[in-house]
Design a protein around this ligand. Structure first.
Ligand code: ATP
Ligand code: MG
Length: 269
């Protein structure tokens, strides 16, 4: 059975997609079978790994022109998740997203059990993978609720910037509510400091505040600001393919080790 992780923060541009891609790639490099699921209408995860190109997502007057079926069709019930999985390499597969997803909130609004659609879809493939990671959009709408209802652990990337914690309290409250109503096993796997520039005093101060606020919940690993991480998506590559010796590779390798180690200790206890 797969461990199912969600990368969630309603704040935009904090490193959710970068973390999903590179944590997933690091697991795959360790021989784990990984499925990444893109539930953001921006489709950044799908473009980051070269599954769809920018041209597929821009300048389309009718989004249904887009040919690759993905998570939208799964949520609408017109395709099974297995039918839309794209195998990118031996260990790394992806369920892509599309612009159509931007209408899903509205379209699924009247469906009974609408918060549990993703969970039911993932249940059908959980035996095929070691890790399933869901990349969430920058909003706490129906799509993120579906992710929270489906995953076991949430990873919350935060930037060590002014207002980093803005909205995180609301996110934690939402996680509490989802745990009570839909998903008793839901835990916060960790708060991940991303795009950190240790040379900047403000960043160091914010990182200290984050640690003071969340304590043990903060990953020891910090993802440094690293230009290769920002460049890799334009080549359709993970950081390990684009710049294997960069600080970005080092940091996401360390994060993968920390998550794997955390799982070992929680299995023992
Ligand atoms: N550690 C890093 N160092 C430098 N650039 C980074 C780093 N992490 C992410 N980036 C860049 O910052 C931008 C935002 O990152 P990313 O897309 O992962 O955030 P996000 O939370 O998924 O955004 P959104 O909320 O729009 O989905 C991207 O251009 C990405 O390439
Ligand atoms: Mg994103």
């Amino acid at each position: 059975m797969a461990q199912i992780l969600g990368v969630v923060n309603q704040k935009g541009g904090v490193g959710k997609t970068t973390t999903t891609v590179n944590l997933g790639a690091a697991f795959a490099n360790r021989g784990k079978k990984v499925l990444l699921i893109d539930i953001d209408a921006q489709s950044n995860l799908s473009t980051h790994l070269g599954i769809i190109t920018q041209d597929d997502t821009e300048d389309i007057s009718d989004p249904s022109d887009q040919v690759i079926p993905g998570i939208y069709e799964v949520l609408k019930g017109t395709k099974e998740i297995k039918e839309v999985v794209i195998e990118r390499s031996e260990n790394l597969s992806i369920v892509p997203s599309s612009l159509l997803l931007s209408a899903a909130d509205l379209e699924l609004g009247g469906v009974v059990g609408r918060e549990l659609i993703l969970r039911r879809a993932i249940d059908k493939v959980t035996n095929d993978y070691d890790y399933i990671i869901v990349d969430c959009p920058p909003a706490l709408g129906l799509l993120s609720l579906n992710a929270l209802a489906a995953v076991q652990k949430v990873i919350v990337p935060v930037q060590s910037e002014y207002l980093a914690l803005h909205g995180v309290r609301q996110l934690l409250d939402t996680i509490d509510q989802v745990r009570t109503i839909y998903n008793p096993g839901l835990t916060v796997g960790g708060v991940l400091i991303c795009m950190h520039d240790n040379r900047r005093r403000l960043a160091r101060a914010v990182a200290d505040t984050i640690r003071a606020y969340f304590g043990e919940l903060v990953f020891d690993t910090i993802i440094r600001a690293n230009v290769s991480l920002a460049e890799a998506p334009s080549q359709g590559m993970s950081i390990f393919e684009y710049a294997a010796k960069s600080a970005g590779s080092e940091d996401y390798d360390a994060l993968a080790d920390e998550v794997l180690k955390g799982n070992e200790t929680s299995e023992e206890s």
